[in-house]
Design a protein around this ligand. Structure first.
Ligand code: ADP
Ligand code: MG
Length: 286
């Protein structure tokens, strides 16, 4: 039978918008000494806005319509920003042969044209030549190619969550020294955001399997790892972590289903709250 204190702990968590999927995780979370976090949608809002568009040998309206038509087939937050920006213009286009390449972007046929939209890795994969000065831009960028030729780029911006800085401070106060941020976004922007939030160790440009490898490495070093993420891509890492956590509001179903703990309010500060509730429950149970 489960000691009464655990019900109190699960109830207290629930009142704070934190769902523990088992009383054992209330226990386990108190032993966590390493917190690994995803960037987009976890520490940032994950709601992107188009900032700037630069085209290369293509009319801007056509560039946006082609790109948005392709992105309308993706649920990625980056894709949603581009679709929203384009308004109605993409709806006349015929899209087929969509391929979502994890950690890279999208490939597909739009009105018979071969369109690519994604990061530098995607361009390299398909041997698309583009001005390398673009790589120096510290922003999230979507590069676009049409029929094998670089057609331009879109810069988009995300916002750091209101409680992101405080959430890292509180974890430090709880004695959690090792806080790591992992992201598929490009490294220059990942390092910039890590600095702004107060995270010492951050890795960008990661493929989903690279995130898995990083967490595996930490576990091999003997760390007890909590991982928190929101995307479909984060599900394998959530499964692997000692305590897998998901953002429940904007999070993907896959992330929420595999998680041991779900933060329904999407606030990173609730990681520390969850640990504190675990600690308090322990005092009552023993
Ligand atoms: P993360 O959630 O850590 O940012 P993802 O694996 O979701 O990682 O995405 C990694 C990178 O792949 C993005 O930063 C972006 O450059 C590119 N990407 C993924 N999906 C798309 C898409 N639909 N359109 C454009 N770029 C994409
Ligand atoms: Mg994410």
């Amino acid at each position: 039978s489960i000691p009464l204190g655990y019900f109190g702990g699960i109830g207290a968590a629930s009142r704070n918008g934190i769902l523990f999927k088992g009383s054992n995780y209330l226990d386990l979370i108190t032993t966590v000494n390493t917190v690994v976090m995803d960037k987009t949608g976890t520490l940032t809002e994950g709601v992107f806005k188009v900032q700037e568009i630069k085209t290369n040998g293509i009319e801007q309206a056509e560039f946006i319509a082609l790109t948005a038509a392709l992105e309308s087939k993706s649920t990625h937050p980056i894709a949603q920003a581009i679709v929203q920006y384009s308004g109605e213009s993409h709806k006349q286009k015929t899209v087929s042969d969509i391929e979502e390449i994890s950690g890279h972007g999208l490939k597909g046929k739009v009105d018979g044209k071969e369109v690519l939209a994604g990061n530098g890795k995607l361009m390299n994969k398909f041997s698309i030549a583009y001005d390398r000065q673009i790589d120096a831009i510290i922003d999230t960028i979507v590069l676009v190619a049409v029929d094998g030729k670089f057609a331009g780029y879109i810069t988009i911006a995300d916002q750091i969550k209101a409680d992101a800085v405080q959430s890292i401070k509180t974890l430090h106060h709880l004695g959690i020294k090792d806080i790591v941020m992992l992201s598929g976004d490009k490294d220059s922007i990942v390092q910039k955001i890590a600095k702004e939030i107060g995270i010492d160790l951050a890795f960008g440009g990661l493929l989903p399997e690279d995130k898995v490898n990083k967490v595996e490495e930490l576990k091999k070093q003997g760390k007890t790892v909590a991982f928190i993420g929101d995307g479909i891509n984060d599900a394998p890492v959530i499964t692997l972590a000692d305590v897998g956590m998901a953002m429940g509001g904007l999070g993907s179903d896959a992330a929420i289903e595999t998680a041991d703990v779900v933060i329904q309010t999407d606030q990173p500060s609730k990681i520390a709250t969850a640990i504190n509730i675990g600690k308090k429950t322990k005092q009552i149970v023993w």
